[in-house]
Design a protein around this ligand. Structure first.
Ligand code: PEP
Ligand code: MN
Length: 339
């Protein structure tokens, strides 16, 4: 940790702060400037109390960590891009795959039609959501166990992989033998108990960014997954809560570029939940690709207007190829120019 003292701190101030640092079991190295003195403190931050408590001293201007809160997911730890394999699709190493499927599983016919439409046009990872954590308890919550049964029936017929949201620890086991990747949704992105437990389940995890989460908090949540044994983590930017209601959420395109610099993990973008309306999905998807996204997560439904949830933003699964054609030039250019 670095402690910056206030300008013109006296010798007594310097001495009393370094005595406190020693009492907290860190070694202070004193760096004296013309006006300001800085203490570089060396010690084990995991087992010792944090030096941040010293912020309250009148002689201290600021205290900040030298190391980031995330380590294993950082580029410093692993310089090369990590590649996550979901069945036959690789994410994070060269191609820009599109994951698609309905917001929720609503019936056998609805889900089967969506999978059939999407598989025909070579979508290999399908959103398969039997559980829907919703803001309101009065909104459609998903078919739950009936939805899991539908997943089983549909998977017998189609050679696709599934990504499924896990609303809580109880659903990890229920989904374990049928899904290929767990999704931790925006509302759960800082549910550390869930992150720890899901990390131990031995499957890839797609971690959405919470709607008011800093990039550091997002990467630190990913660190929870990796430090608890999850080998394959994919980050997903889906837009932040903002003052402007024109879009449902404010897609943080800058965060995609920043995350690509800070972490080796693949970063995908969900333009659907950011846009909130169909007409904005294509431009946001193009922007995501231009900013460096490793893939997209897009909602597609056989009959979007009558969908039980997120009706305004879902694309029609039977014409989803139009969307793919509309973004292909951006994918081609990105793949040509990325180093
Ligand atoms: C979803 O992808 O189904 C979803 C609920 O998104 P978010 O968690 O980003 O709101
Ligand atoms: Mn949705």
């Amino acid at each position: 940790m670095i402690i910056v003292l206030r300008a013109h701190a006296t010798e007594t101030d310097i001495q009393s702060v370094s005595d406190l640092v020693c009492s907290l079991r860190y070694q202070p190295r004193i760096i004296r400037g013309v006006e300001q003195t800085v203490l570089a403190c060396i010690g084990d931050e995991l087992s010792n109390r944090s030096l941040e408590v010293l912020k309250t001293l009148p002689a201290v201007e600021s205290v900040f960590p030298v190391q980031r809160k995330f380590k294993l997911v950082s580029r410093e730890y692993h310089a090369e891009d990590s590649c996550v394999k979901i069945k036959d699709t690789q994410i994070g190493c060269g191609s820009i795959p599109v994951i698609a499927g309905p917001c929720a599983i609503e019936s056998y016919d609805q889900f089967r039609t969506a999978v059939s439409d999407l598989e025909k046009i070579k979508i290999q990872i399908i959103r398969a959501m039997p559980f829907k954590p919703r803001t309101s308890p009065y909104d459609f919550q998903g078919l739950k166990l009936d939805g899991v049964k539908i997943m089983r029936d549909v998977k017998k017929e189609f050679d696709v992989a599934f990504v499924s949201e896990v609303p809580g620890p109880a659903q990890i086991e229920i989904l374990n033998d049928i899904t290929d990747m767990y999704q931790v949704g925006a509302r759960n992105a800082q549910n550390y108990d869930l992150l720890e437990q899901i990390a131990k389940a031995g499957k890839p995890v797609l971690l959405k960014r919470g709607m008011a989460m800093t990039i550091e908090e997002w990467l630190t949540a990913a660190e929870y997954l990796v430090v608890n044994g999850c080998q394959d983590v994919i980050l997903c930017e889906r837009g932040l809560r903002s003052f402007d209601q024109t879009t449902r959420n404010l897609l943080d395109i800058g965060a995609v570029a920043v995350a690509k610099q800070l972490t080796h993990l693949p970063v995908v973008v969900d333009p659907s939940h950011a846009a909130g309306v169909r007409s904005l999905v294509t431009p946001l998807a193009r922007a995501a690709i231009a900013a460096g996204a490793d893939g997209l997560l897009v909602e597609a439904h056989p009959d979007p207007v009558n969908a039980f949830s997120d009706a305004a933003q879902q694309l029609k699964s039977s014409t989803f190829k139009d969307f793919l054609d509309d973004i292909q030039p951006w994918i081609d250019l990105a793949l040509k120019t990325r180093v």
